[in-house]
Design a protein around this ligand. Structure first.
Ligand code: SF4
Length: 275
């Protein structure tokens, strides 16, 4: 059993490793109650991960292995801090008045927010009781796990669609694309607001046909409020080195403004509201 720790304010760019060595593997989470879980860190003032001013809680655990992941120290629960949902909600309640007054709320990111589904749900439900807007960021890979009770705690889903091509998706994430598309279609069917996020990695995801495939898939979905193009960066490279992981992108450039504009315009031409 992991020791309970204290979740301190920090940044997604802080390196956290080996904090809870007894934690289970991310693929073996069995907790139904969600009273306790593993988290990487939280940021107290993001204006980027949903509307208004946000607290962003970074959960531990992810089953994908994106070759360009900026936070490989969120993949394993053992690298996270074991905390109670009550502790997280107590901390959140201190920020709640400011978040409400600035039209913001809570975003749960990761890692993957649905690995510890019950823990995430409990925190989202608590945030709703505090009158906060709620969001998750997810790859959608575990979307089949999200029951109606979970979705009812959510005002917005930030859905990462990393590729429209199953082969490209598998080569950059190590997993199948189909669950993500299935989750997107389910969210569209129930009218759940979504911001699609696309990470633009030169030489890996920038192929016009790849972008076109996502654009054509998303454009008819009335629940998709934004498509956000997120340029690849090297801020996470030091984590791969520190964790002795094989990093494929040492020589991958950040996208040029021209490339970013081309991709945004591709989404717009297909009928998406993109930025
Ligand atoms: S889904 Fe996110 S956290 Fe998981 S490997 Fe990919 S980029 Fe990293």
């Amino acid at each position: 059993m992991s020791q309970l720790g204290t979740l301190e304010a920090g940044s997604r760019h802080d390196l956290h490793v080996g904090i809870s060595p007894d934690a289970p593997d991310a693929s073996e989470v069995r907790d139904e109650e969600g009273a306790f879980g593993y988290a990487h860190s939280y940021e107290s003032s993001s204006r980027y991960d949903g509307p208004g001013l946000r607290i962003v809680l970074f959960m531990s655990g992810c089953l994908l292995r994106c070759s360009y992941c900026h936070n490989p120290d969120t993949w394993h629960l053992k690298d996270g801090t074991y905390v109670s949902a009550d502790q997280v909600l107590d901390r959140l309640s201190k920020f709640a008045p400011a978040l409400r007054s600035l039209d913001g709320g809570l975003t749960i990111s990761g890692g993957e927010s649905m690995v510890q589904l019950a823990f995430t749900r409990r925190i989202l439900a608590g945030a709703k009781k505090l009158g906060l807007h709620t969001a998750i960021e997810t790859s959608g890979y575990l979307g089949d796990r999200a029951d109606d009770k979970f979705l009812s705690c959510l005002d917005l889903v930030l859905l990462d669609i990393k590729s429209s091509n199953p082969e490209t998706y598998r080569s950059v994430t190590g997993r199948d694309l189909a669950p993500t598309l299935r989750f997107a279609e389910r969210l569209a069917a129930i009218g759940k607001p979504v911001w699609v996020r696309f990470t633009l990695v030169p030489g890996f995801t920038d192929d016009p046909a790849n972008v076109e495939g996502i654009a054509r898939f998303v454009a008819p979905m009335k629940n998709v409020e934004w498509v956000e193009v997120q340029p690849f960066h090297q801020l996470g490279a030091f984590k791969w080195k520190a964790m002795k992981l094989d990093y494929k992108h040492s020589n991958t450039p950040t996208p040029t403004p021209d490339l970013i504009n081309r991709v945004i315009e591709q989404f717009r031409a297909a009928g998406c509201r993109a930025r």
